[in-house]
Design a protein. Structure first.
Length: 127
């Protein structure tokens, strides 16, 4: 699961893939998301190896040209990454125990929630 989350508006753009996430998938997903931006945007990323791969780094100038600016969080600071709060809420609060019966019910339940983030499922961050 890969997501771009605006904590101010509770807006989520999510993409999923079964198997390993690779740089091509992350780049393609980021490209699709960046194309939807209508104003300058800062994308906050953690320090996952994939975000520092040569392929990913080579794409940075393209996103800069689209006014999508990448900001890397300090190492070991997942508490600063707002999407980590979203993933935690999904996993520990919003998913019901019966969602874990099998992979199909889990996928259905997760997408049900993801499709409703910002509408039915919201997070109130204090300022």
């Amino acid at each position: 699961m890969l997501g771009f989350y605006n904590a101010t508006t509770n807006d989520l753009h999510a993409a999923a893939r079964e198997g390993t996430l690779d740089a091509a998938f992350v780049i393609d997903t980021l490209d699709a998301w960046a194309a939807t931006r209508t104003r300058p945007t800062v994308l906050v990323l953690d320090n996952a190896k994939i975000h520092h791969s040569a392929t990913f780094q080579a794409r940075l100038p393209h996103w800069e040209d689209q006014d999508v600016h990448i900001f890397y969080l300090p190492t070991y600071s997942p508490h600063l990454n707002k999407i980590e709060t979203l993933w935690r809420k999904i996993k520990y609060e919003w998913l019901r125990p019966e969602a874990y019966l099998n992979f199909k019910t889990l996928k259905t339940a997760v997408w049900h929630i993801l499709d409703r983030v910002g509408l039915q499922y919201t997070i109130q961050f204090s300022t």
